[in-house]
Design a binder for this molecule. Sequence first.
Ligand SMILES: [Zn+2]
Length: 266
Amino acid sequence: MPEGHTIHRLARDLRRDLVDTELEASSPQGRFASGAKSLDGQVLTATEAAGKHLFLHAGPNLTLYIHLGLIGKFRRFEASTNRGDAVRLRFEREDFAWSLTGPHTCRLIEPPEVEEIIARLGPDPLRRRSSPDQFIDKAAKSNKAIGALLLDQNVIAGIGNVYRSELLFLAGIHPATPAKNLDGGVVRKIWDTTVELLRLGVRLDRIVTVTRADANGTKPGRLGPDNRLYAYKRTGEPCRRCDTPIATAPIAGRSIWWCPRCQPAR
Ligand SMILES: [Zn+2]
């Protein structure tokens, strides 16, 4: 599932490509035909990401709301390679096109609903001026495991299954630790690391968490696919710091990975 960095990167790339232009919108698949018709010919005025939610503001009062869900993709293609009837929404330009396939949500909404969606979310570490206070307060009161809490979009917005494993590895915290047992300073540190990692994810357009120090001096942008993460999907492989085999178990209904030695239960 795309995590927050993907959505913020999309907002940035769509802004670069399409803001201040007249949209040429269509729905080759037909399932968003009337929405595409409303957008067609309108000027895209702004793009906005909040957690895993993407908003495209067009014309005087239109907002397209997209949530990619588990399998959705919003990709830029050379115009000539951009065919196919699975495309829910396409924005056509002369040399390229943006194609949306398999989204969980793709619909036009009114401004009050944009505000409602954003208000329901916990703070998004990638949004300007967002403060961790609400996240720290909720963590201090929660009996939930920190590994579960990090996936709760109403507590902190944008973290998915990859980042939650990696953040807890870097914090040295066992994922089953009840959130309220963690010191406020530790939770703030998790926030700071999230800001740093998500920003790097937006810049590189992929998730890389292994630091240069742990990669024999190789920069994050140059790490190959097998060397970018500490814990996620590395069951039984040696920890990059202590060689202990990485463990896994379900938390909040999904697998999480950790190093039993670097992240002892407490
Ligand atoms: Zn370890």
